[in-house]
Design a protein around this ligand. Structure first.
Ligand SMILES: [Zn+2]
Length: 375
C-alpha cells in the first residue's frame, strides 16, 4: 500500500520549493534526482529555451519487468499558477492549506507526490511492472506551454494518466472540450457623424447587429460560446470604421464546435455585408477535445485500479483544457485523474492527506493492473 507518511513528507517538501511558471528550475532538479534514485533514466528537453523559462519538461523512463504488460505514462505539471515564496503551510488534522494569503500549490504538487509515491510503493513491493514513463511538464498554467513545446513522439506508452485535477481523489475525467479562439475584424467607412452620416458605414452597428442575432452563452450541455472583448471607434462624432472583437467557443464534441464557429462566422459576415461593411473572421485552435467512454481500455484500466483500492469509480466531463488535450491530440491516449485538492488557483486551496494517499494508491494500482493486462 502507498505510504501515507512518506507521501505527506514528499508533498510538504515540494510545497517548500517555489515554482511559478517558467521558474521551475529548483523543483525540476529536485524531481530529476528523485526519479534517478527510483532507477529511472531521466532527461530534460529544451522547452525551457523555447518558451523563455529556466527548466524544460522532464521525461523519465523505467523499463518494465512484466512481459506483455501495458506501458503507461504518468503526468503532472511542476509549475504553480502563482509564486508560493510567501507560503505558510497550515496543517489541521488531516487537512493541509495555506494561511489564507497565498495559494497552496497542491495544484499540481499533490499530483507529483502521488505519482512518485505510487511508483515507490510498487518498487518496494517487488511486484513486476510494465514500462513506466513519467512526464513532468513545465508552464502548464500559462496556456499549456510546456506540453506544446514538447516533442510528444518521446512519449511511448499505451495509456497516460495525468494527475491534475480536484476532488475526488481517483476521479476520472474522461473528456475535455475543444476550444477555438476567434478574432473578428470589421471594417466600415468613417464619416462625420453630424454633417454626413449617410456617407459612413458603422462597424459598431455591423457588430451589434451580428451579436444580437448570434447564439451565445450555453449552447447545449457540452457547448458554450462567448464574445469577450469588443474594441472600436475613435470619437463620438465619427462614424466608426473599425471594430475588433475577441470571442471563443468550446465544445466536447468537435463537430458541434465547428458548427458553432461557422455559425458565428456566417452571422458576422452576413450582418456586416448587409450594411456594406466587411467582416474578416480568423480562428485559432487553443486545444482539441478528447472523449473516452467506459468501453475504452484506458478507462477500464482506471476502473480496475479504483476497484483494487476500494473506491467507487467516478467519471467526469472536463470544462477546460489541460496537458491531456495536447497529448490526446498528438495520438497519445490519456485521461485526467483527480488528486483530491480543492479550491485550486485561490487562497483557499486545500487537500486532505487521506485523499493524497488515495491518489498515490491509485497510481500504484494503475501500475499493478497494467502489469497484469495480458493475464
Ligand atoms: Zn493543474
Amino acid at each position: 500500500m502507498a505510504n501515507k507518511e512518506r507521501v505527506t513528507k514528499l508533498f510538504l517538501d515540494l510545497l517548500k520549493i517555489n515554482s511559478p511558471s517558467k521558474r521551475e528550475r529548483k523543483v525540476a532538479d529536485f524531481l530529476k534526482a528523485r526519479l534517478q534514485s527510483l532507477g529511472f533514466d531521466v532527461c530534460e528537453d529544451d522547452a525551457g529555451e523555447k518558451i523563455g523559462g529556466d527548466a524544460g519538461n522532464i521525461i523519465a523512463f523505467k523499463k518494465g519487468t512484466a512481459p506483455g504488460a501495458k506501458s503507461i505514462f504518468l503526468g503532472a505539471h511542476i509549475d504553480t499558477i502563482e509564486s508560493t515564496d510567501k507560503l505558510n503551510v497550515v496543517i489541521e488534522g488531516d487537512e493541509v492549506r495555506s494561511d489564507g494569503t497565498t495559494i497552496l500549490g497542491a495544484d499540481d504538487k499533490a499530483g507529483i507526490a502521488a505519482i512518485l509515491e505510487g511508483i515507490e510503493s510498487v518498487l518496494d513491493s517487488g511486484s513486476s511492472h510494465g514500462d513506466i514513463q513519467v512526464v513532468f511538464n513545465v508552464a502548464e498554467e500559462i496556456g499549456l506551454m510546456g506540453s506544446r513545446a514538447m516533442d510528444i513522439s518521446q512519449i511511448n506508452a499505451d495509456f497516460g494518466y495525468i494527475f491534475d485535477t480536484q476532488k475526488p481523489a481517483g476521479g476520472i475525467t474522461v473528456s475535455a472540450p475543444s476550444h477555438a479562439n476567434m478574432f473578428i475584424d470589421i471594417k466600415g467607412r468613417a464619416a462625420h457623424a453630424g454633417m454626413a452620416p449617410e456617407h459612413g458605414i458603422s462597424a459598431i452597428l455591423a457588430a451589434s447587429n451580428a451579436i444580437s442575432k448570434m447564439k451565445l452563452g450555453r449552447i447545449d450541455f457540452e457547448t458554450t460560446a462567448n464574445i469577450g472583448v469588443i474594441e472600436g471607434g475613435k470619437a463620438r462624432n465619427i462614424v466608426p470604421d473599425h471594430v475588433e472583437i475577441k470571442a471563443e467557443a468550446r465544445s466536447r464534441d468537435e463537430s458541434k464546435l465547428l458548427a458553432q464557429v461557422e455559425h458565428m462566422t456566417a452571422v458576422f459576415e452576413s450582418e456586416a455585408e448587409a450594411i456594406g461593411a466587411n467582416a474578416v473572421v480568423r480562428c485559432d485552435r487553443e486545444y482539441f477535445s478528447f472523449k473516452w467512454t467506459q468501453d475504452d481500455e484506458i478507462v477500464k484500466l482506471a476502473v480496475a485500479a479504483c476497484n483494487k483500492i476500494g473506491i467507487e469509480p467516478t467519471f467526469m466531463d472536463g470544462g477546460g483544457g489541460s496537458d491531456a488535450n495536447i497529448f490526446n491530440a498528438a495520438g497519445i491516449a490519456c485521461v485526467v485523474v483527480g488528486v483530491g485538492y480543492d479550491g485550486a488557483h485561490s487562497s483557499s486551496e486545500r487537500i486532505s492527506l487521506n485523499d493524497l494517499a488515495t491518489a498515490a494508491a491509485f497510481v500504484q494500482a494503475i501500475i499493478e493492473t497494467a502489469a497484469r493486462a495480458e493475464e
